[in-house]
Design a binder for this molecule. Structure first.
Ligand code: ADP
Length: 476
């Protein structure tokens, strides 16, 4: 492991380069990882193209058997693989174990779902004609994923693509390669034929360019920033490579004045800081009804100040480090800008005094913010909880929709009418009513506006990797 995984072999990159993988909690080097570029990607695409000739013709039952074995391997080795995820990502051990459980579930779910890729027979307007629609696997898929969920992000796309009968060239994040290596190992142990799943990582732009320009690769599934998503869209316009894009978010949360304020404040302190706020559907802009603003801000400040920050292996730690120095600096920068806009820091925002190393920031609650604040207009991806207020449903919806993003939104109310009207008027791909986890393995995950194209998870996720074909028989 720690190398490129091409055609069933762990190999050094062609240029024999490596890079150090850093533990964000200790700033120590965990491993030297092989660093690839477009040449390695070319070889990997060739291997995947060759493997598709047989994998694409297997029955879904054959594929399901392998994917379910891989899911079981992940479950059996959960503790060991979760430890490596904590080392590379910094997230608390319990969150890492939970993420691997979901990754295993994704493999199992798609193993079952691929048996149900039903087409349809359509009655035609001619007596001598019979028409049907069938689904076929696309071919080689490039899967580029971000570091915030080192197992969940790749698992969503790999499981669906492999179940659909496609082969994969994956480029996980350079920050979190170990989890992807384990997933490849699980699939190999389960009997996945050589070349069906390949991993390259290193020079992201060079790898992405090769994926875009190589005609053997039919589609790129991307999870990451809107910035890189746009680079891929530009490139795809040259080559017509298909794209699924799961991009950034800036989720609003509308909390109405009919809720149990203390209970929602407590739940907020957990939901906002899950994975240190480094989540594309993270609840971010908190709009609190003006009647409960003061009560909510006091309660949430109390709960957030009690969160324990530290190494993900420490007992009782709620919040780990940010992924990189760069990410930490970006969060510090946003806080500085907010302060210059007269924002009031109610708690946190400092470097915790008990840590000497690592990219830690004490979770912050920030108040006295205008809708024009940097904290409303940027995806924070860090441990800041900004508080805004709203007057009524119309005002809340207007403020919530005031963003170029459209991934997730959240509403907390006990009024049925408010819940229904808010869910219909929010311009987002996923709306959670009285819950923080609107997504799930079996549900379609996708964004409106600049948050993406296409869907992952659910049956929609499977069809992202299949082409629809119309077959018409005439002259009968
Ligand atoms: P982040 O900076 O939050 O990691 P990115 O969107 O930059 O988000 O990264 C998501 C994934 O996209 C990572 O695997 C990264 O290496 C990859 N990536 C970054 N730049 C490019 C690029 N120019 N082409 C293709 N992939 C890229």
């Amino acid at each position: 492991m720690n190398k490129q995984y091409i055609n069933g072999n762990w190999v050094a990159s062609i240029d024999n380069k490596t890079y150090p993988l850093i533990n964000p909690a200790t700033e120590e080097t965990i491993a030297e990882i092989s660093f690839a570029n477009e040449k390695d990607t070319h070889v990997a695409i060739d291997a995947a193209h060759e493997a598709f000739k047989t994998w694409g013709k297997t029955t879904p039952y054959t594929r399901a058997e392998i994917l379910k074995k891989a899911a079981n391997y992940l479950r059996e080795n959960l503790t060991a693989i979760a430890k490596d995820m904590v080392n590379e990502s910094g997230k608390p051990f319990a969150e890492a174990k939970g993420e691997w459980t979901v990754a295993a579930n994704l493999f199992e779910w798609y193993a079952e779902e691929c048996k149900r890729a039903y087409g349809k027979v359509i009655p035609t307007n001619r007596l001598d004609k019979r028409s049907s629609v069938i689904w076929q696997p696309m071919g080689v898929i490039g899967v580029i994923t971000a570091w915030n969920f080192p197992a969940y992000n790749p698992a969503r796309a790999w499981a669906a693509a492999l179940a659909a009968g496609c082969t994969v060239v994956a480029k996980p994040s350079e920050n979190t390669p170990l989890s992807a290596f384990y997933m490849a190992l699980a699939l190999a142990e389960a009997g996945l034929p050589n070349g069906v799943l390949n991993i390259v990582l290193g020079d992201a732009a060079a790898i992405g360019d090769e994926m875009l320009s190589n005609p053997k690769l039919k589609k790129i599934s991307f999870t990451g920033s809107t910035r890189v998503g746009k680079i891929l869209m530009d490139g795809a316009s040259r080559t017509n490579t298909k794209l699924s894009l799961e991009l950034g978010g800036n989720a609003p949360v509308l909390i109405f004045d009919d809720v149990d304020v203390d209970a929602i404040a407590k739940a907020t302190s957990v939901a906002r800081f899950r994975n240190n706020g480094q989540v594309c559907i993270a609840p971010q802009r908190f709009y609190i009804h003006k009647n409960i603003y003061k009560q909510f801000s006091e309660a949430v400040t109390k709960y957030v100040s009690q969160l324990k920050v530290g190494n993900g292996f420490e007992e009782g730690v709620n919040v780990g480090p940010l992924i990189t120095k760069k990410q930490k600096e970006s969060v510090v920068n946003l806080l500085e800008k907010a302060k210059s806009e007269n924002a009031e820091i109610l708690t946190g925002g400092n470097i915790p005094s008990h840590v000497e190393k690592g990219y830690f920031i004490q979770p912050a609650v920030v108040a006295n913010l205008e809708q024009s604040s940097v904290l409303a207009n940027n995806e924070i991806f860090g441990p800041i909880l900004p508080l805004f207020s709203f007057d009524n449903l119309d005002d809340g919806i207007k403020k919530a929709n005031d963003t170029e993003y459209g991934l997730a939104a959240y509403v907390f109310t006990n009024n049925l009418k408010t819940a229904v009207l808010a869910s219909e008027r929010l311009e987002f791909g996923m709306v959670g009513i009285n819950e923080w986890a609107p997504h799930s393995t079996e549900l379609p995950f996708g964004g409106w506006k600049q948050s993406g194209q296409g869907h992952e998870s659910g049956s929609e996720g499977l069809y992202e990797y299949m082409e629809k074909k119309l077959v018409s028989i005439g002259g009968l």
